[in-house]
Design a protein around this ligand. Structure first.
Ligand SMILES: CC(C)(COP(=O)(O)OP(=O)(O)OC[C@H]1O[C@@H](n2cnc3c(N)ncnc32)[C@H](O)[C@@H]1OP(=O)(O)O)[C@@H](O)C(=O)NCCC(=O)NCCS
Length: 270
């Protein structure tokens, strides 16, 4: 078949370029000097010329050299295989998986479920990835060291975590085509509520050059209400919803969002 054959199906997705992304990010409200936690879905945007690289270049340029971009670079599989549910593994494999699983290495451990943009971002020149084996964040820019330089193992989304620090400096979170269900910022609200379910988790880490399974303290972070609260925040004018390429894009100011989420959760009892 010739490349000029008119019967060939053409790509009918929304065409997204670096230039169109810069315009859309400006319309979404991103400014020079902003500190922004970005969650992405590349395919939701349309056809992006240059794919993940273009998205990263545009977001970094939007905040400029005085700004900071952070992305989630979680590696949830560095967890106790006995607790895996999607899918569970055979009981007789568990001991072997624990023995063979590699310890967390911020340079080598891949992200899981974070998307192609976050996976490329962790390799970007100047990127700093936090030390949490399961729920690391990676940041680039003026506030990168402050945000991710010290990520406590206990209470991974707590007030001293990169999320807590994002709120401390009143950064924002941007969902770039990523569903509201993935908005990590909401986890912080759990720390403002009385109802916390403490849990113990474990993860493989290098301690003095030797891999060890290390226990840590955490709390449960329920997320079944994330979609509902997002609708409420948009309707209330707290979160700005725009289109970026073909995708819904949400901009959440950290402090105001968490304060409103806490109020909403108290009223809803969730
Ligand atoms: C899971 C999730 C990443 C899936 O989104 P996705 O768009 O399907 O996947 P990616 O962002 O990895 O993008 C890769 C896909 O983009 C598409 N793609 C490839 N090149 C592309 C281009 N130039 N332009 C646009 N899309 C392209 C392909 O479909 C590709 O999938 P494939 O590798 O299976 O072929 C997304 O739904 C999500 O949840 N994002 C947020 C994750 C997060 O931050 N979680 C944190 C807390 S839970």
């Amino acid at each position: 078949m010739s490349s000029l054959d008119s019967t060939m199906p053409v790509d009918d997705r929304h065409l997204v370029t670096y230039s169109s992304l810069m315009e859309d990010l400006d319309r979404a409200g991103i400014k020079k000097g902003d500190v922004v936690l970005v969650h992405t879905s590349l395919s939701a945007l349309g056809f992006v010329v240059g794919a993940a690289r273009t998205v990263i270049e545009a977001v970094l340029e939007s905040v400029g050299h005085t700004g900071t971009v952070m992305m989630p670079t979680y590696s949830g599989e560095l967890s106790n295989p006995a607790e895996w549910r999607y899918p569970p593994v055979r009981k007789e494999w568990i001991k072997t998986i624990r023995t063979e699983m590699q310890a967390y290495d911020p340079l080598k451990t891949p992200t899981r479920g974070m998307g192609a943009v976050a996976e490329l971002f962790r390799h970007w020149p100047g990127a700093i990835r936090s030390s949490h084996p399961q729920s690391s964040f990676t940041a680039i820019g003026a506030q990168a060291e402050f945000l991710v330089g010290d990520h406590p193992l206990d209470i991974r989304f707590g007030l001293s975590s990169p999320l807590g620090k994002l709120r401390e400096i009143d950064g924002t979170s941007l969902l770039l085509g990523a569903p509201p269900q993935t908005c990590s910022l909401y986890y912080l609200s759990q720390h403002e509520l009385e109802d916390k379910l403490e849990v113990r988790k474990s993860t493989p880490m290098m301690i003095d050059g030797v891999k060890k399974w290390v226990d840590y303290r955490d709390i449960e972070y329920p997320n079944h209400w994330f979609n509902d609260v997002t609708r409420y925040l948009v309707d209330a004018g707290i979160v700005k919803k725009t289109l970026l390429g073909a995708a819904d894009c949400y901009l959440l100011p950290a402090r105001k969002t968490i304060a409103s989420v806490v109020d909403w959760r108290r009223k809803q009892g969730v």
